[in-house]
Design a protein around this ligand. Structure first.
Ligand code: GFB
Length: 321
């Protein structure tokens, strides 16, 4: 089923999760579209509560929704807090998708994740690989929730004719990421560690795992651009992968981060920490056929993310706190 392109002009667009890294990037991107961006003030609505979510949507009546609200975190957060990752994500997406149907929302874009594919899916991973094998154990709870969200969008399209689509991003990084070492993803963690090691003159910094896993890293402003593009041009059941089509080893990534930060010490690998999936490279053939390609080179994206870190996280006075 392919419907006419969706025009954003003059629409009310709710960015659910606008305080997060993805949501804030979508808001930046929508500033150049002629639409009204709707966001929920902090504390105004808990999306894990069905009545609150339905009330919010009934009163705000958006035409379109970017569903970027989610419980997210890096490998350790996923591995150690499985209940939060499955409950919060199932609750948020179930409430928003059903409330969007009830409120007659015209278009909804749901964000999945590349970790929904089987741990040993053949690379690069095509959208058809979904549900063809066992998941990566460190993030299976999050993956199960995200798979349920994708299936829910398909079901609502099939039964109710809702124009709800799903998108599968690669590993993301960029401004407004979480730099907390225990719960963050690898890029912000390595930036914070390399900066700290440089500032304190440490002889080495710690990198989790073996350094051998490969990750495809997508700059979040590129993702936001792809999401706006897909919201406008795509209307069908299958999810769409969004990535760069290239990946690096964690060791190569750590080397690049150290160069961007200007840290010249050694890297020490901590084998007590998990590697997670050996590789998660997305096949971006469908995305390219729909007319979109990533623009930001890894090195440039890392430099911009480090600038954000310097200005907002490691600002004078907060160092070492
Ligand atoms: O980014 P990350 O936490 O998530 O870790 P995943 C990627 C790789 O970097 C793993 C290694 O092999 C980590 O062991 N790594 C090295 C580090 N040093 C560090 C460090 O200091 N911090 C962190 N966090 N990693 C997540 C999933 O998996 O990816 C989520 O758990 C989600 O569900 C997300 O899908 C995109 O790529 O392993």
């Amino acid at each position: 089923m392919t419907e006419a392109p969706f025009a954003l002009e003059g629409r009310r667009v709710w960015v659910a999760g606008h305080n997060g890294m993805v949501g804030s990037a979508i808001c930046r991107r929508l500033a150049s579209e002629n639409c009204a961006v709707v966001t929920a003030p902090r504390g105004a609505v808990d999306l894990r509560r069905q009545a609150e979510t339905e009330g919010w949507l009934a009163s705000e009546r958006p035409d379109a929704i970017f569903l970027a609200a989610a419980r997210v975190g890096g490998i350790q957060a996923n591995d150690t807090r499985p209940a939060e990752f499955i409950y919060d994500n199932l609750a948020i997406q179930t409430n928003v998708i059903e409330a969007a149907r009830a409120a007659g929302v015209r278009k909804l874009l749901f964000l999945g994740s590349s970790c929904i594919y089987p741990r040993l899916a053949s690379q690069p991973m095509r959208e058809e690989a979904l549900l063809t094998g066992p998941l990566e154990p460190t993030n299976e709870w999050y993956a199960i929730a995200k798979i349920a969200g994708i299936e829910m969008c398909r079901a609502y399209r099939r039964q109710y004719g809702c124009d709800f689509i799903s998108v599968m991003p690669a590993n993301l990084y960029g401004p407004h990421d979480n730099f907390d070492l225990e719960s963050s993803h690898v890029v912000p963690a390595l930036i914070a560690k390399a900066h700290r090691a440089k500032e304190t003159g440490a002889p080495d910094m710690t990198v989790w795992g073996s350094g051998r896993p490969r990750r495809e890293l997508l700059y979040v402003d590129d993702l936001a651009d792809a999401l706006v593009h897909l919201l406008k041009v795509y209307s069908d059941e299958p999810p769409i992968n969004v990535g760069t089509g290239e990946d690096v080893t964690i060791d190569e990534l750590a080397r690049s981060v150290c160069e961007v930060v200007g840290y010249r010490g050694a890297r020490r690998y901590d084998a007590s920490k998990p590697d997670g999936a050996p590789r998660k490279l997305l096949d971006v053939g469908r995305l390219e056929a729909l007319g979109w390609r990533a623009k930001t080179a890894l090195r440039d994206g890392l430099a911009r993310t480090y600038d954000f870190y310097l200005e907002n996280v490691a600002a004078p006075g907060t160092e070492g706190s």
